[in-house]
Design a protein around this ligand. Structure first.
Ligand code: DGY
Length: 338
């Protein structure tokens, strides 16, 4: 590579520490500014590091808002390493002609596996009983120790029936569960039949589910989709699992319902304002808390990182798919991208 060719290569930022192989691969095409020490990059620091960059490989916690977009005239591609992209101001990116991408599909089954683990841990009080055991409280067996709620034969509710919701519904078949769902749009009849899932209103879903799983995208419309009013409609014996995004559940209202035993238990992988967790959730025993790890298997995180890199390379007109990034979330921008 000649010095002049090297100078003309686009500059990109990788906002968070990532598999070193991904940095190496991006370096074949770009001048890569990475953050392998994983320093906190937000606000002014993120803006400064993005200045002059053509692309960014971002994380779901990186807020790319209209103000930032307006300050970055060189930016041409924002590639999230996440299926969710509520961290991006999509209208602002689209208006500016900036391509935005995500990483769907590669995490579906891993996320559904984890959803199942969280559901079982919640319903069968796995972490609560383990903490009790570790604290030295176990003296002898008792017939009523940590009685939980069965999954088999119960009614599973799924709010948000996209790829991950459908993967969860498939798992429910093995447990002989009745599956109800609610979604912005109803699935084709054939898909409903294959999943053995019945479409109901949100109210029916909330009121009839023994276990309610949340897998819908976050948007202003889904903010506090499960708040005090919805929690009051749930069965006191029910469990609630949030795998989707913080802000879909009103965490304060949930903590009150759990403390007052108006809800049996909850499992949360995502939180409003994470990594901060509502302090009341930390003091109720009947909740399982995990740090946003639903997609965190070795294989899947590598696949997500690779797909985010594929998107960035193609969005900046390099590599075998130049100009055709695999997972664009604002395709209307392609004919008039920067
Ligand atoms: C996603 O992919 O959206 C996961 O929540 C990881 O951020």
């Amino acid at each position: 590579m000649t010095a002049s060719a090297s100078v003309s290569r686009p500059a990109v930022l990788v906002t968070r520490a990532i598999f070193p192989e991904v940095i190496e691969r991006l370096s074949q095409y770009f001048e890569v500014d990475h953050n392998q020490p994983d320093e906190v990059l937000d606000g002014a620091a993120l803006r400064a590091r993005l200045a002059g960059k053509a692309g960014v490989l971002a994380n779901a916690a990186d807020r790319i808002d209209a103000e930032l977009v307006a300050a970055l005239p060189s930016l041409r591609a924002v590639c999230n390493m996440a299926v969710g992209y509520n961290n991006l101001d999509l209208p602002a990116l689209t208006a500016a002609g900036i391509v935005a991408t995500n990483t769907p599909d590669v995490l579906t089954e891993t996320t559904a596996d984890f959803g199942w683990a969280l559901l079982m841990a919640t319903a069968r009080r796995v972490t609560e009983s383990e903490h009790w055991l570790r604290a030295g409280h176990w003296q002898r067996w008792a017939y009523d120790m940590f009685l939980g709620m069965d999954l088999h034969g119960s009614t599973l509710g799924i709010l948000g029936m996209g790829r991950i919701g459908q993967a969860l519904a498939r798992r429910a078949a093995g447990f002989g569960m009745t599956v109800l769902y609610h979604n912005r749009s109803r699935l084709p009849e054939q898909t409903e039949q294959a999943l053995q899932a019945r479409y109901v209103s949100k109210d029916e879903l909330v009121g009839q589910s023994d276990h309610l799983l949340l897998v819908l995208p976050y948007s202003p419309e889904s903010h506090h989709a499960i708040g005090a009013a919805e929690l009051a409609k749930m069965k006191p014996s029910a469990t609630l699992v949030n795998l989707a995004r913080g802000g879909i559940v009103d965490d304060g209202a949930l903590a009150r319902a759990l403390r007052e035993r108006r809800l049996f238990a909850a499992g949360l992988d995502v939180f409003e304002g994470e990594p901060d967790v509502h302090p009341d959730l930390l003091t109720v025993p009947n909740v399982v808390l995990t740090p946003h790890i639903a997609s965190a298997s070795e294989k899947t995180r590598r696949a997500m990182a690779d797909l985010a890199a594929d998107n960035l390379i193609a969005a900046l007109d390099a590599g075998p798919d130049a100009g055709r990034p695999p997972c664009v979330v604002n395709p209307e921008v392609l004919p008039r991208r920067r």
